[in-house]
Write a protein that binds this ligand. Sequence first.
Ligand code: NDP
Length: 498
Amino acid sequence: MAATQITTHKNYICGQWVESVTGRTYQVHNPAHTDQIVGEFQTSGAEDALRAVAAAKEGLAIWGNTPAPARATIIYKALEIMGRRADEMAQTITIEEGKPIGDAAGEVKRSMNIMEYAAGEGRRMFGYTTPSELPNTVAYTVRRPLGIVGIITPWNFPLAIPAWKIAPALICGNALVFKPASATPLSAVKLMEIFEEAGLPPGVLNLVTGPGGQVGNALVESPDVKGISFTGSTEVGTELYAESAKRLKKVQAEMGGKNAVIVLADADMNKAMGGIVSGAFGSTGQRCTATSRVIVEEGVYDQFMAELLDRTSKLTIGDGIDPSIDVSPLASQNQKDKVMEYIGIGTEEGANLAYGGHALSGGDFDQGYYVEPTIFTDVSPDMRIAKEEIFGPVLTVFKAKDLTEAIDISNSVEFGLSSSVYTKDISKAYEYINTVETGMVHVNAPTLGGEVHLPFGGLNSSGVGQREQGTAMVDFFSEVITVYIDHAAEAGERAKFI
Ligand code: NDP
């Protein structure tokens, strides 16, 4: 992309594309070709965020009073537009985040699935009725919008995570201020274009790009913002949760992971290997549900390692826009530095670097943030590489004598997002399901992903607040109001029940 073709993208506030009041912009580069500029974006500040909140107030007055089935028609329209732009959206994800184009296409599909599911909720949004203990009385519950909600998202799923927050929030009647990750604002801009074309009223969905410390923080501090739906690191999420609590703000925070797979001696090794290699190195290990630990029962350890090293050595590395590539660059220089630092830490801690461990250079590799798929063995649970989220293509391998020890290792971290066991023994599978401490549990399947009609989220340091997606998605984005109606014509028997 030549310098003359750089497009400057604006914030979207009250249905208008506007420049930041700071007058400053920043550039985003393609992680596979750092000389290519993806676009220029607004470096907004707190004042921009507050303007967006003021716009959201206007939006809420209209949208909150729009019947949910009518809200759904706009989300269905947005879904149709996204379908039309699906290839362009996938390419956008790959050029700004770096993930392989197949993964990016999957992300677009996932975004469409959640939009479809959320729109369907427009004709459900169930409350319940129940008998009252009083005569002539009807008691029921009804859902109301939460109000103005801040949406704060990370860079690793620049379209799907915004979509899985925004679509449920919209169907529930909220007005939103969306602050995407600074590294991946182009997917966010395009998502706004889609909702604009779909006919969303001004002020209902507002986009403000810029640093989290300013824009995100202003949303947390604003008394008009009733809730924050956040996905990102445990460090930022913890701080945001604490600050929001001081203001009695509702928070949903999905955070880091250190997801483990257990391979028992009776596992189908071929199946396990496929799930582990894609889980650890797909999307360059930059998924919150990526596999970062494998715990292997000792009887099959040697066979497992031989197979793992062989499969890993066959992965192709390069620019994710090429559909034949398995492992693409990391998303940023920061990510590359962090991953290389952890590889150094692992070596210093005494783990055995069994595969990879190098940043790649020479030819096209000089243009991007490439790190080899990396495998550590002889890892013990107290090492930092065993406990901390690395968020890159680094897999740590443990040996366990049996399922009990394997589950202990799996549960020995502060995180609790996703986990998996490979076994053909149904009793062991259930023992695992009942004791592993993660919000999402897989049997004979990778730690990755999830389906939009099931709840998504983690335990412990991986998540706090109500679950996202599935039927749970409306719980965060609405308030339940309890209604009692005494329909007796006159005062009468009621008194004796009170
Ligand atoms: P960060 O926590 O660094 O950032 C997340 C978002 O928060 C960004 O938009 C960021 O803005 C913003 N932010 C930063 N500081 C503040 C602040 N003080 N107040 C308010 N907002 C702020 O995470 P990453 O973007 O690096 O994302 C990677 C992390 O996300 C990993 O830990 C990963 O596990 C997690 N994740 C969790 C998922 C889950 O469902 N559990 C799913 C996907 C990712 P800016 O970009 O400007 O810094």
